[in-house]
Each structure stands twice: as C-alpha cells, then as structure tokens.
Design a protein around this ligand. Structure first.
Ligand SMILES: *[C@@H]1O[C@H](CO)[C@@H](O)[C@H](O)[C@H]1NC(C)=O
Ligand SMILES: *[C@@H]1O[C@H](CO)[C@@H](O)[C@H](O)[C@H]1NC(C)=O
Ligand SMILES: *[C@@H]1O[C@H](CO)[C@@H](O)[C@H](O)[C@H]1NC(C)=O
Ligand SMILES: *[C@@H]1O[C@H](CO)[C@@H](O)[C@H](O)[C@H]1NC(C)=O
Ligand SMILES: *[C@@H]1O[C@H](CO)[C@@H](O)[C@H](O)[C@H]1NC(C)=O
Ligand SMILES: *[C@@H]1O[C@H](CO)[C@@H](O)[C@H](O)[C@H]1NC(C)=O
Ligand SMILES: *[C@@H]1O[C@H](CO)[C@@H](O)[C@H](O)[C@H]1NC(C)=O
Ligand SMILES: *[C@@H]1O[C@H](CO)[C@@H](O)[C@H](O)[C@H]1NC(C)=O
Ligand SMILES: *[C@@H]1O[C@H](CO)[C@@H](O)[C@H](O)[C@H]1NC(C)=O
Ligand SMILES: *[C@@H]1O[C@H](CO)[C@@H](O)[C@H](O)[C@H]1NC(C)=O
Ligand SMILES: [Cu+2]
Length: 577
C-alpha cells in the first residue's frame, strides 16, 4: 500500500488530553495527524538527494476521513525552510485561517515552530489531496486525502475490493529550492524535471529505477478504485493501463456520471477516481503483467517539456509464476501533442446529478468576469542581466495584473482592516480587447504590470468567470484552481469567447463540479459558483512556475448578515510574519 496511514489511535489518547477535549471536540479526536516536516534521503535516477518530506515519507501519508468530518493536522517544522500546507479541494466553510497558501491566508510556519490546522470537511466526497503551498515545496510535500461516504451511506457505484492512491508527480535531480532561486535570479525558464513519476517512482524506462518500480498487485475478478492525483508542478499528463479500461466515477472530490476510457488526461491539481476491473489475467501478450504509464500532454509544442514516460506495473498475483515473467504489455497513450485526445477526454466529465448527489447550478449571474491568462515579460533591473528573450524576465498575469505576494498575509490585513497590503481593484475584464488567440501578438502587449489586486464579493453572490487563454508568449493550457469553493464548469471552447453566442452552448444540467479546471490552449472556459463562503480565497494557475510568476488573484468574500455567514475569528497561535 502507498502512503501508510498515521497511527491515529495513538493520538486519540495523546492529543485529546493535551489540548483538552473542549478545544478539539470528542467527535474529532479520532482524526488527528502529526505531520513532521523533515528532510530525508531519497535515491532516484542513480543519485542520492535530500528532499523535504512529511514524516520521512514520499509521497506523504494518506489522510482518510468521512464526509463532514473535522480533521486536525499538527504540522511540526523540523525542516530548514519556511513552509505551509494546503488542503486542496477542501472548501473550509468560514474557515480561511486554515487554508494554507503563504502570504494569502497565513504567514509561513518557520523552522523549529509548529502550527495545528483544523480542516472542516463539508460536501467533499471522493479524492482530494494535500500539499505544501510555499515556494516549490509541493514537489515532494504532498499526499492523498481520501473522503469516504458518511457512515450508513455508500458509493454510487459497486463497492471496490481495494482503493489505491495513484499519485503522479515529477522528479528533479536538483534541489527544487535551488531551481526556484535560480529562476528568480535570472528571470528565465525553470529547468525541466528529469522524470515524471508514479507513486514516487519513475519506473522501468529510467536508469537505476527498475527494482523499485511501483507494483500494484491485483487478483482476477476484483475491482479496484484508483484515486489518481496529478501532484506534478509542470505537466498535464496522459495516463492509462495496457489491456484495461478505466471507468471514471469522480473528479476533484465529487462524483461524475460514469464513463469508460482507455486513458485519461489529468492536469496538475486535479484528481480522477477510476474503477479498474482486473479481468485480463491471461489475456495479455506477456500474460499477467501490464504497464500503467504516464507521459506529458504538451499543449504548446514550442516549449520544451519532460518527454520521458513514467511506468508502474499491474501484476496479477494469481497468474501462474511462469506467466508473470515476460515484459509487460505497454498501453497506447495519445502522443504528446494530441490536443484532440485531451479535449475529448475532458468533454466527457459530467456531474452525477442524482437524487443523493444533486447539482445546484446557479442560473442567474450577479458578477460576470472575463479573465485573460498570459505569460508575460517584465523589464530587467538595470543592475541585472536577465535570461528571458531581449534581456527581460518572465512573468505571468490575469487581466494583465501580475500578482505579487505581500509581505504579511492578506487575510490578516483584511481581518484587521490594515491598509497598504492589497488593493481592491482587480479588474472584471481585460484592459482592452484584441484577438486574444491570434499568434501574431504585438510585441508591446507582452509587458505586464505588477500588483497585489483582489476582487471583493458580497456574501452569496453568484460569480461567473470566463477564463480566456491568450497567445501572448505562446498559447497553452492552464489548470486554474480556486480555493474555498468548487465550481461548475458550464462551458468551454476554442478561440475567443463570444459573450453573445457562447452562453447558448452552456451545460446547465449536469456540468462537472471541480476545483481545478483545464483552460484549453487558445480557448476559454466558463465556471460558476456561489460565493457563500466568507473569507480570503486564492485563485491561481496550478503550474507552479506560473504561480510564482504571478498568474494569480484573490477573492475576498465579505461576511453575510447571519451569524453562520461570518468568518470564524482569528485563531490564537497563527504564525507571524
Ligand atoms: C509547538 O509549539 C509550541 C510553542 O508555540 C510548543 O510549546 C510546543 O511544544 C510545540 N509542539 C511540538 C509538538 O513541537
Ligand atoms: C456506523 O453506524 C453503525 C450503525 O448505526 C454503528 O453500529 C457503527 O458503530 C458506526 N461505525 C462508525 C465507525 O461510526
Ligand atoms: C538548470 O539547467 C542548466 C543548464 O543545464 C544548468 O546549468 C543549471 O545548473 C540548472 N539549474 C539547477 C538549479 O540545477
Ligand atoms: C479475455 O478477454 C476477453 C475479451 O477482452 C474477455 O471476454 C475474457 O473474459 C477475458 N478472459 C480472462 C480470463 O481475462
Ligand atoms: C526528449 O527531449 C530531448 C531533449 O529535449 C530530446 O533530445 C529527445 O529527442 C526527446 N525525445 C523524444 C522521444 O521526443
Ligand atoms: C539590484 O538593485 C536592487 C535595488 O537596489 C537590489 O535590491 C538588488 O539586490 C540588486 N541586484 C543585484 C543582482 O545586485
Ligand atoms: C483571430 O486569430 C485567429 C488565429 O490567427 C484567426 O483564425 C481568426 O480569424 C482571428 N479572428 C478575428 C476576428 O480576426
Ligand atoms: C499590460 O499592461 C502594460 C503596462 O501598462 C501595457 O504596456 C501592456 O500593453 C498591457 N498588455 C495588455 C495585453 O493589456
Ligand atoms: C511556435 O513558434 C513559432 C515561431 O515563433 C510561431 O510561428 C508558432 O505560431 C508557434 N506555435 C504555437 C503553437 O504557439
Ligand atoms: C521565513 O518567514 C519569515 C516570516 O515571514 C521571514 O521573516 C523569513 O525571511 C523567511 N525566511 C526565508 C528563508 O524566506
Ligand atoms: Cu498557467
């Protein structure tokens, strides 16, 4: 099994009495975890490397809970750098204090200190995950967060025999902290990762990796629930298993209408729940062993990308030993540039929309926004030399604002009405309209402006954001992630969004409910949600280099009138900046 569970029972005795049952609550006491941030040695690709881990594990421990639970995680930083942790896909109703992004909702947890997160689950059910939300720490500090149905309720599909997290990621031979420092210093591209990985391992096609390849033992006739997470920093991925189909039943902690595919496309930040029937024990050409594989979907062929293939092995343990020896069959994945395969996969995602799992798609929009996405350049400081073309430094923007982290967190500034930390004028539309997806972008449009601009919302307003990709510095997909909410993905298309024609094509019946949406290359995506969660909520591209370049903004949702429509008050012991 991947990601051993924390021995929570040990904690029941320890923690409840230390913190006091009143503070933690008896119902919560059985879901308390201790996350010790520390460096650990991991040999990969013929080299030893120190990485930051939780409890020495990579990928980190799996958290398991039931719908509606409260989960307590005590993060103890024994590492050598500032860190924060985000619970990706948890709405955290009224509870932004424990959401995690550094300088947005908290100051970082400094080395030698600790911070206890109180994670409020509500409607999430399925697979979400957790990861560091500081610098590039997410590369190794991440794990699965599995939310089972409430006691007495069941999956809306047949009970699997086993559930397996499949965590896709990336491996750099170099220290990711140096990677970030280098790109900040030079203003240039971030070096590519050396491998895609599956559950921490690159697999058979890489040197020094064969003996530790991840193996999934299966038995003929059984059904497995794969909880697939793209934890990578850079790459959209195609993933599939030779000789087997995957039936998708969930995404981003919500159920979907089941559909069956040979392979999936998954962007960084997303999760896909897939049922796998082990029905091919003696049907493969080599009998009994099948590769699962993941490789990059490269939406912009002009950019270099990690082009090697991660593998793991599906191993029928009940097949005769002689029939488990040959090379496993290899799955037929779409080629790197197969936009059609990626688009067709994504278009199949639909909410389950059943009696037990209904949809509630807002029909009337209060706050319409059109947000252009761009990779930009900024001038190089006069005392520096920069590595982006024409001595510039790379940046990124939403509506031509390149987001800059403040030096104290926005949530504290908001809660304490402190001026000068952020501005409330994030624009509802781009500064001007041009042919966003035309590849001949005038050079002068590449430059952006820097700011810490947020969008204010009233409690309960319905927001529609149309993300519009632009061809500035090359069009590509962007996995846009919103904290504090899931949203309905009501529309998508290629080219420029047409406010007159495109809404007629929206799916308002059973759109997928997600927290991370892949905006198509040179296209647009429309999402809707109701802002009934007061607090400070980050929204950003889940390609980490785009995040550090500024492809971000923040929504501040004001308190509502009723008591249960207001943010919880600031917990004691928040880390200080
Ligand atoms: C957490 O930090 C507090 C001080 O803020 C300290 O008293 C406590 O011992 C620390 N706990 C652990 C487990 O490190
Ligand atoms: C689940 O519910 C059943 C019946 O109400 C009860 O007997 C059982 O103890 C519950 N299990 C848990 C883990 O709460
Ligand atoms: C990035 O790649 C360049 C070129 O191969 C290399 O010189 C540099 O050391 C790399 N940076 C890091 C942080 O490994
Ligand atoms: C072999 O494959 C066929 C068709 O894909 C299927 O009908 C049959 O059940 C499989 N048999 C075994 C033993 O896996
Ligand atoms: C992968 O990329 C490397 C360097 O960028 C290149 O030399 C190699 O040919 C590429 N391989 C494939 C299969 O595209
Ligand atoms: C360039 O100047 C700025 C502002 O004076 C300073 O903060 C920065 O460290 C300098 N950079 C280098 C590489 O000297
Ligand atoms: C915008 O640019 C695209 C790509 O170059 C082109 O196909 C399209 O005709 C242009 N649209 C308009 C309205 O000019
Ligand atoms: C973005 O803002 C900069 C600075 O004001 C300006 O030069 C540039 O043309 C703008 N680009 C777009 C696409 O709006
Ligand atoms: C790739 O770059 C070339 C040359 O700059 C450009 O003509 C082409 O449109 C670009 N392709 C994409 C998909 O961005
Ligand atoms: C760690 O965080 C503290 C508080 O925000 C800050 O003062 C310090 O400079 C940070 N350290 C590093 C290495 O960024
Ligand atoms: Cu992006």
């Amino acid at each position: 099994m991947v990601g051993a569970k924390i021995p929570t029972m040990l904690w029941v005795l320890g923690v409840v009495f230390t913190f006091g049952a009143a503070a933690v609550g008896l119902a919560e006491a059985n879901n308390v975890h201790d996350f010790i941030i520390k460096e650990a040695n991991y040999p990969r690709l013929c080299q030893n490397k120190k990485i930051l881990t939780v409890n020495g594990q990579f990928p980190g421990p799996t958290i398991t809970a039931r719908r509606g639970d409260v989960v307590i995680v005590n993060v103890i930083n024994q590492g050598n750098k500032n860190i924060t942790i985000h619970w990706h896909g948890v709405d955290q109703p009224r509870n932004p204090w424990y959401d995690g992004p550094e300088f947005i909702t908290q100051c970082p947890i400094q080395p030698g200190t600790n911070f206890t997160y109180r994670i409020l689950l509500s409607e999430e059910e399925g697979t979400i995950w957790w990861h560091a939300h500081s610098d590039f720490d997410r590369a190794s500090v991440h794990g699965a967060f599995v939310i089972h149905p409430k006691n007495g309720t069941y999956y809306p599909f047949k009970m699997p025999h086993e559930e397996i997290p499949i965590i896709l990621g990336e491996w750099w031979k170099t220290d990711v902290t140096h990677l970030l420092e280098e790109s900040k210093r030079t203003g240039g591209e971030v070096n590519l990762s050396d491998a895609n990985i599956i559950n921490g391992q690159p697999g058979d096609f890489y040197p020094c990796s064969q003996s530790n390849i991840f193996k999934l033992p299966v038995q003929t006739g059984k059904t497995y629930l794969l909880r697939i997470i793209n934890a990578g920093l850079t790459n959209d991925l195609f993933y599939g298993i030779a000789g087997h189909l995957l039936t998708i039943v969930g995404t981003d902690g919500r159920y979907t209408k089941p559909f069956t595919v040979k392979h999936i496309m998954i962007s960084p930040g997303q999760t896909m729940d897939a049922l796998l029937e082990a029905d091919r024990a003696i049907n493969g050409s080599s009998n009994g062993r099948y590769y699962m594989a993941a490789h990059t979907f490269a939406s912009n062929p002009n950019l270099t990308f990690t082009n090697s293939t991660a593998t793991a092995i599906l191993d029928y343990v009940d097949a005769p030993p002689a029939k488990r020896a040959g090379p496993p069959d290899f799955p037929n994945l779409p080629n790197f540039f197969d936009m059609k395969a990626a688009t067709e996969y994504t278009a199949q995602l639909r909410s389950l929309a059943s009696k037990d799992h209904p949809v509630d798609v807002p029909m009337k929009v209060d706050v319409p926004m059109l947000i252009t996405i761009a990779v930009n350049v900024l001038p190089c400081a006069s005392n520096e030399t920069c590595e982006a073309p024409d001595n510039t430094r790379l940046a990124a923007s939403l509506n031509n604002v390149s987001f800059q982290n403040p030096s104290i967190d926005i949530l504290d500034a908001y809660a304490q009405s402190q001026n000068g930390v952020y501005e409330v004028n994030f624009p509802d539309k781009p500064p001007f309209f041009f042919n966003f997806t035309d590849t001949n972008v005038p050079k002068e449009l590449e430059v952006t402006k820097v700011g810490t601009k947020v969008k204010m919302l009233n409690y309960g307003e319905v927001v529609e954001v149309v993300f519009q990709d632009t061809a500035i510095n090359g069009a590509e997909t962007h996995p846009m992630h919103l904290h504090g909410f899931a949203f309905y993905v009501v529309g998508r298309g290629f080219g420029n969004y047409d406010a007159k024609k495109d809404p007629a094509t929206y799916n308002l019946i059973d759109p997928p409910y997600q927290n991370t949406v892949t905006v198509p290359k040179a296209g647009w995506t429309a999402i809707r949600w109701r802002a009934s969660n007061p607090g400070v909520w980050f929204m950003h591209c889940h390609f980490d280099r785009h995040t550090v370049w500024g492809m971000n903004t923040v929504f501040i949702v004001r308190d509502g009138k009723k008591d249960d429509e207001k943010m919880f008050s600031r917990p004691a012991n928040m880390p200080r900046c």
